[in-house]
Design a protein around this ligand. Structure first.
Ligand code: H76
Length: 482
């Protein structure tokens, strides 16, 4: 029996306790005393986290039994997320689970997937080891509901880890705590018997996570999902125990904020407002506002994004919602980088193991752009400057370069730059054509009009500003006297 179990009784008692204990500290705001809250404040400073942060661009992969029906059941198309088909079409668990015997993705080629990812320019890949349906992409010793018991038999997770790592791409594991297959899963805890049953589920999930961390030791991050139900909120102790166990098993491993709940059921941020886990993972199919949401720059964070509106698993019919263009996706990646966050772009491979042509085309288009402009993205960070009309500033820490990613080409051919009062402009050029220097003039204090290159193309482009920290202003402008 796992050692963490001792917390279970404490937690059951705290469930019933109505009184919230508040410990007064010497600081102005009273802090609640928490056993299961944030473990530290601010950003992690170790090299594993620095690697995660400099990766910036990742590939999300949703693959499971839901990839076989692809959003269509008994001739009827369901527009809701394809990986939710069991729920949307009210399919009984035993019927759904028998898809296991149809799972035979003969076109699956882990090396081809990894090559496509490499070409697209991602530095990490996050794979659904188990989604809400409960089906495992590895041969888990804790359930029979796994890929080893399909006609395909092969350990898909191992093949993916090997192939992606061989391309130099980090692999992260998505794990859904919510589980539609396991008989002991519960959405809420109302009685002691509920808790007893749910503890069996929590043991199962804990054991699976330990198994994943032990069997696939190169995993860099665990990406938890399906943790929003009351059952988990009432067992915040378990989320901390999982975080600790994973970190003990794999030094440096990263855990997203979505796993965590504290003593009072607060999620992502604890009852004192501190981020739990290592990075904020609440941005799903949306991005922070680059003007209003600057608070994101104070922690590490990652946004995950679908290509259609809300399809993660493979859906056969992409005509049912708006499908984002490569340029929109590149802008999202740039926006995320400019606010110090990562961008995780989702792919839903087909039930036969092939990747749909639309996704391949998007990957190619993004890869073409990244090949030329990736220097601005990888390792890029918040520049501490106001959002400007032409696009996004990105800072490269430890370098004297500021990058401008231009999405809105001014008709005037002139971009207005507001730099900080200590930034002196030395040289400016198009990233693609470093030999050709661009001209600028200071028009107000630390505000410059930069003459953009005349370009025939319509794609976003990057301008490099070589700078020096010192006195920013040239003084060559005249202020009005009023
Ligand atoms: C709701 C929900 C889940 N969270 C996203 C990241 C997908 O996995 C979706 O199925």
């Amino acid at each position: 029996m796992t050692a963490y179990r001792k917390y279970a009784t404490i937690t059951l008692a705290s469930l019933l306790a109505l009184q919230v204990s508040v410990a007064q500290t010497t600081s102005a705001a009273p802090k609640k005393s928490l056993q299961y809250g944030a473990q530290y404040t601010g950003k992690r400073k170790d090299t594993a986290m620095a690697k995660f942060r400099t990766n910036r661009f990742g590939q999300f992969i949703h693959w499971g039994l839901y990839s076989i029906p692809g959003g269509i059941w008994q001739g009827k198309t369901y527009n809701y997320a394809a990986e939710f088909l069991k729920s949307s079409a009210h399919i009984p668990t035993s019927t759904w689970d028998s898809l296991q015997y149809q799972f035979n993705p003969t076109k699956f080629d882990a090396r081809a997937w990894a090559k496509m990812a490499k070409r697209m320019g991602v530095k990490y890949m996050t794979i659904t080891t188990k989604h809400h349906e409960g089906f495992c992409l590895w041969s888990s010793q804790y359930t029979n509901f796994h890929v080893g018991n399909t006609p395909f038999k092969r350990d898909i997770l191992q093949e993916l880890v090997t192939a992606y790592n061989a391309e130099g791409i980090d692999v992260n594991f998505y794990y859904s705590v919510l589980d539609w297959h396991h008989p002991d899963w519960k959405y809420d805890i109302k009685t002691a018997a509920d808790q007893t049953q749910f503890l069996r589920y929590l043991d199962f999930a804990y054991n699976q996570l330990k198994e994943l961390a032990t069997r696939y030791p190169t995993v860099k991050c665990f990406w938890f999902d399906g943790t929003w139900d009351n059952s988990i909120k009432k067992n915040g102790w378990w989320t901390l125990e999982v975080e600790k166990m994973l970190k003990q098993t794999i030094p440096g491993v990263i855990v997203n904020s979505r796993l965590r709940a504290d003593d009072y059921g607060a999620r992502h941020r604890d009852s004192n407002g501190e981020l739990m886990g290592d990075y904020e993972s609440g941005y799903e199919r949306r991005l922070p506002d680059p003007v209003k949401d600057l608070v994101v720059t104070q922690t590490d964070w990652e946004a995950c994004m679908t290509i259609p509106e809300n399809q993660w698993g493979y859906h056969k019919d992409w005509s049912l919602s708006y499908v984002k263009t490569p340029q929109e996706l590149i802008e999202m990646l740039t926006l995320a980088t400019s606010l110090g966050g990562n961008f995780l772009l989702n792919f839903g491979p087909q039930g036969d193991g092939a990747i749909r042509p639309e996704e391949q085309q998007i990957a190619t288009a993004i890869g073409d752009w990244m090949k030329v402009n990736g220097e601005a993205i990888y390792g890029g960070d918040y520049a501490g400057l106001k959002k400007q009309d032409w696009g996004y500033f990105i800072r490269q820490p430890g370098s004297n370069k500021l990058y401008m990613v231009v999405f809105n080409q001014p008709l005037s051919g002139i971009a207005r730059l507001q730099l900080s009062d200590k930034t002196k402009l030395l040289r400016s050029y198009l990233l693609e054509a470093p030999g050709q220097t661009l001209r600028w003039q200071e028009t107000q204090k630390n505000q410059y009009n930069l003459s953009l290159p005349v370009l025939k193309k319509t794609a976003p482009y990057v301008i490099v500003l070589e700078t020096e920290q010192g006195s920013g202003s040239t003084g060559n402008y005249q202020e009005a006297k009023t």
